[in-house]
Design a protein around this ligand. Structure first.
Ligand SMILES: NC(=O)c1ccc[n+]([C@@H]2O[C@H](COP(=O)([O-])OP(=O)(O)OC[C@H]3O[C@@H](n4cnc5c(N)ncnc54)[C@H](O)[C@@H]3O)[C@@H](O)[C@H]2O)c1
Length: 255
């Protein structure tokens, strides 16, 4: 086992699948004790079991304000500290600025933005006397717009700039807490597979051709590509980074 996160305690939300799962695995491999949470209890338990003794699964709906307090209190009671929080849980609903329902809009903001605020606030309160690293998973969709992603764009743009506000607050208070955002491009996870799976064969072929043509590195990313970025931000190797945006997108937003 490697040791870039030796003696650190981490919490990763939405860890039953995709980027959260890959990040939790990477953290554990580098020596961290990892708390994995998700609304999909069976799946997150299975991931934690497959990681082994350094991983623990908990049910958590990240939109539940009271549950954040309970969870963090449990972690502090059991492990004595919390060094890393990855606010990763997210949902994607498609719709334009013209046809998105208010219900869909609010559902997306609730999971993707409100919960990142709740997780960041809870993490700051838990870490302010010892320091730590908070990693908020935004998206390239928080930097550029898509016509069919009105609510998702808004939520991820919110995560991007909220992260800078939190970073500046922690720096000015001298907490030793760094807060950064990660901006994945198109990564093959269940979220993206479900979206692509809803398309007709013709639509799918057109989207794949367009996407691959527009990604300068010529392929979609793998969850491990994002996990590696989170590892860097979680470790002390990134000790001079706060309020920054780590874009991992095969060059998609470079043009
Ligand atoms: N896959 C991509 O290409 C991509 C690109 C940019 C950003 N992202 C972001 O990365 C994050 C992870 O996405 P993914 O692709 O791994 O998706 P995913 O659907 O594979 O995993 C998301 C996880 O979040 C959980 N979740 C959903 N709502 C929750 C809630 N209220 N409370 C707790 N857990 C909840 C789900 O059960 C699931 O396990 C999301 O924030 C997503 O917006 C993904």
């Amino acid at each position: 086992m490697a040791s870039r996160l030796k003696d650190k305690v981490a919490l990763v939300t939405g860890a039953a699948s995709g980027l959260g799962e890959a990040t939790a695995r990477r953290f554990a491999h580098e020596g961290a004790q990892v708390y994995l949470t998700d609304i999909n209890q069976a799946a997150v338990q299975a991931v934690a079991d497959s990681i082994g003794d350094s991983a623990q699964a908990h049910y958590q709906d990240v939109t539940d304000e009271a549950a954040w307090e309970t969870l963090i209190a449990e972690i502090l009671a059991a492990s004595g500290r919390l060094d890393i929080v990855v606010n990763n849980a997210g949902i994607a609903l498609t719709g334009s600025a013209e046809d998105t329902s208010l219900e869909d809009w609010r559902a997306v903001q609730s999971v993707n933005l409100d919960a990142v605020f709740l997780g960041t606030r809870a993490a700051i309160r838990a870490m302010k006397h010892q320091g730590g690293s908070i990693i908020n998973i935004s998206s390239i969709e928080g930097i550029i717009g898509e016509p069919r992603a009105a609510a998702y764009n808004a939520s991820k743009g919110g995560v991007r700039i909220f992260t800078k506000s939190a970073a500046l607050h922690c720096a000015s208070e001298g907490y030793g807490i760094r807060v950064n955002s990660v901006h994945p491009g198109f990564i093959l996870t269940p979220m993206v597979e479900n979206g692509l799976g809803a398309l007709s064969p013709e639509e799918l072929a057109a989207v794949e051709a367009r996407l691959l043509g527009e990604i300068p590195l010529g392929a979609m990313g793998e969850p491990e590509d994002i996990a590696n970025g989170c590892l860097f931000l979680a470790s002390d190797e990134s000790k001079y980074m706060t309020g920054s945006e780590l874009v991992i997108d095969g060059g998609y937003t470079a043009h």
